[in-house]
Design a protein around this ligand. Structure first.
Ligand SMILES: [Zn+2]
Length: 76
């Protein structure tokens, strides 16, 4: 079974993964880091929940920004 051995270099702890989830909001992650995230999300309970909260927050921020831009384009 080489499958798990191939995944081993991609294993990260939750602290590193949450840091990556946050970093992803600001910059484009390399393929390796995106793979790291995906692998961890499969084996972890807490981090997918955290990711969902970040995505919800991001959507809310985007909607708020659209709202501001549409309503008051001159006042930024
Ligand atoms: Zn985790």
């Amino acid at each position: 079974m080489n499958f798990l051995m191939n995944l081993m270099p991609l294993m990260r702890n939750c602290k590193e993964v949450t840091a990556l989830v946050i970093a992803r909001e600001d910059r484009h992650l390399p393929m390796r880091e995106r793979a790291t995230l995906r692998v961890h999300m499969l084996i972890c309970q807490a981090c997918p929940r955290f990711e969902r909260q970040i995505l919800t927050l991001r959507n809310a921020t985007r909607q708020w920004r659209n709202h501001i831009e549409n309503d008051e384009p001159e006042q930024r």
